[in-house]
Design a protein around this ligand. Structure first.
Ligand SMILES: NC(=O)c1ccc[n+]([C@@H]2O[C@H](COP(=O)([O-])OP(=O)(O)OC[C@H]3O[C@@H](n4cnc5c(N)ncnc54)[C@H](OP(=O)(O)O)[C@@H]3O)[C@@H](O)[C@H]2O)c1
Length: 231
């Protein structure tokens, strides 16, 4: 039976692979695009999808965006795959790096979840957060990103306890370095050469996400860590 998924970050990397796989198997997809032009690009690539137009860097704008979107009454899962990264030592990171990463990576997922929760409850559905190894361990240069992802783990854990009574399952997926445009950008920020073959294929992370989304209701895949395989 086809299901309805809301996916952020469906235009690139892990979210794009996941979106294509959902469409390919006949599920219904609602993408969250930062503006109307981006929505047009995404919908051209993902036939049959619809879009919510919302800039996740401005979480306060999400309420109006969701209110004006054409959304079904039942949503089987919300997948939060959008994210941004800006590296730097605490001694050098500008306040904008903190506020932007916290907004996109943590506050927007919380607010979008809040706004969609009645529809997710109606479907006894799922909320899945694409976290990161940085949500479990914070290394030098990664403070703001890791803080946003540690916070995302807290959001998921609290939500899981709250929503169990409504039959809603909550999953965090913690990928290691994955070969996407974000990883190329991380390498540029680190001043290192980028060789995508050294990192996890985004298809493999999408497969882990689908394992959680496809789990039968007797089981909840709460936390999934995806590490690079031995090379
Ligand atoms: N790549 C890795 O090594 C890695 C490792 C661990 C965890 N992760 C996490 O995995 C998730 C997916 O990352 P990725 O590597 O696939 O990244 P990516 O290729 O850079 O894609 C990020 C997506 O987020 C969207 N996005 C960013 N800011 C947005 C905003 N203000 N409003 C709306 N959408 C916005 C982008 O939209 P546009 O397409 O419009 O730019 C893009 O589709 C992220 O949460 C990331 O933190 C990645």
């Amino acid at each position: 039976m086809s299901r309805t998924f809301v996916v952020t970050g469906a235009g690139s990397g892990i979210g794009a692979v996941l979106a294509r796989r959902l469409i390919g198997r006949g599920d219904r997809l609602v993408v969250v695009a930062r503006d109307a032009d981006r929505a047009q690009d995404l919908l051209a690539d993902l036939p049959g999808s619809t879009a919510v137009i919302a800039d996740l860097a401005d979480p306060a704008s999400l309420e109006a965006a969701v209110a004006t979107a054409d959304l079904p009454s039942h949503i089987d899962a919300v997948v939060h795959a959008a994210g941004i990264v800006e590296l730097g030592e605490v001694g050098a990171l500008p306040v904008s790096a903190w506020t932007s990463q916290l907004a996109v990576n943590l506050v927007a997922p919380a607010e979008l979840t809040r706004l969609l929760l009645p529809r997710v409850r109606a479907a006894r559905g799922q909320v899945l957060f694409v976290n990161s190894g940085a949500g479990l361990t914070a290394h030098p240069q990664w403070s703001a990103y890791a803080a946003s992802k540690h916070g995302l783990r807290a959001l998921a854990d609290a939500l899981r306890g709250e929503e169990a009574a409504h039959g809603v399952r909550v999953t965090s997926v913690y990928p290691g370095r994955t070969a996407t445009p974000m990883q190329a950008q991380v390498h540029a920020q680190e001043g290192a050469a980028y060789d995508p073959s050294r990192f996890i294929d985004p298809d493999s992370v999408a497969a882990a996400i689908l394992a959680a989304l496809d789990a039968t209701p007797d089981a909840a895949l709460t936390d999934i860590t995806v590490r690079p395989g031995p090379r």
